[in-house]
Write a protein of this length. Structure first.
Length: 572
């Protein structure tokens, strides 16, 4: 693909048109065509065709090498395997549902892997601190030392590539095509927010440290990275009078799936149908067709929900076939796939989701809707082909449905009785939305600053040490000295110099939700407007204009400041 794209004749044709036809025809060109030409021209300019032949050759070599390193980096993460074993006597705090899903070694000990369905519940629920520490330390080795070598080479090559093309840093190169426009702006956004969030985030951790000291009856106990999830869960039980494992009973995966379909059908006027006996890449993957109200097929998507060896280890949505117009009356039906790693159901146990996983489901399915409801004329502008620091906003906006009383009733039912969540239980669950949000925001900022620092002139720094230093400085948490967290931080490939976008886009997500908060979370007219302005248009307009069109006004950060400012660590 790199060789095909780097055809100098295409660049010459673009320059010829810009100097000729573009000037003559510009006034009569459709807005999406103007944007397409500007974007393509800039993309080809960034390939370095105006450089001297020797530098052009080097740029091409770097791109090809980075492509290979990217594949290697991902492969090392997805195929990294390790585990701990626990005896029956070491399972305190772990529910039978969890241990029943674990494999056992020849000695009869349970095997706990680094896969999310194993790792996350164990870190939240296991009372045995020694075993939590052992599992966490192994998780901090994910990707392996060979990935640290791969990452080091990627950072150096990215920096060299940016300099060859005339950019000060790789962050400047990457953000030029985003809403931030520069690495300085992106890092400034993170640092200004950090100043307002850091105190509140540390206060959250102080509460967890105090709880640990109370529980262990050790007034000098320190809080470590392997403690945060466990004592966060314990504090949640104490403060909101419910257990996350108890919540799972009300969120069987099939119910969440059906409820999600119902909510999206109501909001966006579409129907979902599962196609039976349709072979995909794995028996666990299922294919669905999407139809409009008249019964016409408009798109397809696949759900690949359970973990398996060698599979992508996180949750994500992938556009497989982009929607695009091929004639005035013909449109290619989009096809996308949602990939998660929820616990696989067995003969004895259903797949029961934690509320966090329900939120993840809604978020990732929001990306699917962005892909499959597009009506953009060009494939490069369809679906989630928007600026990278906006691409999360549509799904982040839809996360609000995982915290609303009306939608939670639709998404939940006890897996044995079918009864709804008791009112008091539901009230406490919704109240827990802000639980440890200050620390969670601080954690996001640390990761964003870590990413931007590496790509803003910090490519010669030792990534593992930089991460440890940032965590210590801004959270007070000591990361193990031998930890190599960056080796398993998949966002450093693909989201390089872009992790800041998660919080950046939340500003727009919070503002867009204000319409639903005011007009109704299941309001069909509001949903139709959201579909028209955000989901259908994709990247065919400037992102700021999409938000303006939906809101009917210029967007602002008031809703975002209100959402987290009410917690007392950020004031407007």
């Amino acid at each position: 693909m790199i060789r095909i794209e780097r055809d100098p004749k295409i660049w010459q044709a673009l320059k010829d048109y810009k100097n000729g036809g573009w000037k003559k025809e510009k006034a009569d060109i459709a807005p999406e065509d103007k944007k397409l030409f500007r974007d393509i021209f800039l993309i080809y300019k960034r390939m370095g065709f105006d450089l001297a032949p020797k530098k052009q050759k080097r740029v091409k070599e770097i791109m090809e090498r980075l492509s290979k390193l990217s594949n290697e980096f991902r492969h090392n993460i997805n195929n990294y395997e390790d585990h701990i074993t626990i005896a029956e006597t070491e399972t305190a705090g772990l529910p039978e549902r969890y241990t029943a899903g674990l494999k056992c070694d020849k000695k009869g000990n349970f095997i706990v892997t680094l896969a999310y369905p194993d790792y996350v519940p164990f870190m939240e629920l296991a009372q045995n601190e020694t075993k939590r520490k052992e599992l966490n330390n192994k998780y901090m080795q994910k990707g392996g030392k060979k990935n640290m070598v791969v990452l080091g080479e990627m950072l150096l090559l990215r920096a060299e590539h940016a300099r060859l093309l005339g950019y000060k840093t790789h962050a400047d190169y990457k953000t030029e095509l985003r809403m931030a426009k520069s690495g300085k702006t992106a890092l400034g956004f993170e640092m200004s927010l950090l100043k307002k969030v850091e105190r509140g985030g540390k206060h959250d951790l102080d509460e967890l440290r105090d709880l640990k000291r109370t529980v262990t009856q050790n007034p000098g106990a320190e809080l470590y990275s392997h403690d945060i999830a466990y004592y966060g869960h314990e504090l949640q039980k104490e403060r909101f009078k419910f257990d996350s494992e108890e919540v799972r009973a009300y969120f069987p995966l099939e119910r969440v799936l059906d409820g999600t379909f119902k909510i999206y059908s109501t909001l966006f006027g579409v129907k979902f149908e599962k196609l039976k006996n349709f072979p995909l890449w794995h028996p666990d993957a299922a294919l669905y067709v999407v139809k409009n109200q008249k019964g016409k097929i408009i798109s397809y998507f696949a759900l690949d929900l359970y973990p398996r060896e060698g599979k992508y280890g996180h949750a994500a949505a992938f556009g497989i076939i982009g929607g695009r117009q091929t004639s005035p009356t013909s449109y290619v039906a989009p096809f996308a796939a949602m990939v998660t790693n929820f616990t696989k159901p067995s003969e004895k146990n259903l797949s029961l989701l934690s509320h966090r996983e329900v939120e993840t489901f809604f978020h990732e399915f929001g990306h699917i809707m962005h892909c499959i409801l597009t009506t953009a004329r060009y494939g490069s502008q369809s679906g989630y082909h928007t600026a990278w620091d906006f691409v999360e906003a549509p799904s982040q906006m839809l996360e609000h449905w995982a915290w609303d009383k009306k939608s939670l009733v639709i998404l939940s039912a006890h897996h044995e009785t079918g009864k709804p969540i008791p009112p008091a239980f539901l009230k406490n669950l919704i109240a827990s939305e802000n639980h440890l949000l200050r620390y969670a925001t601080l954690r996001q900022l640390v990761l964003g600053i870590f990413d931007l620092t590496l790509h803003s002139g910090g490519h010669s720094l030792e990534p593992a040490k930089l991460y440890r230093d940032l965590m210590k400085k801004h959270t007070g948490i000591n990361v193990p000295k031998d930890a190599i967290f960056p080796a398993g931080f998949g966002h450093l490939d693909g989201y390089d110099a872009g992790y800041y976008g998660y919080l950046w886009s939340k500003v727009y997500a919070a503002d867009m939700f204000t319409r639903f908060a005011k007009e109704g979370i299941l309001n069909k007219n509001t949903g139709a407007d959201y579909k028209k302005w955000i989901l259908e248009k994709g990247g065919s307009m400037e992102e700021i204009d999409l938000v303006k069109g939906f809101l009917g006004r210029t967007p602002n950060n008031k809703a975002f400041l209100k959402e987290i400012g009410e917690l007392g660590f950020l004031k407007p």
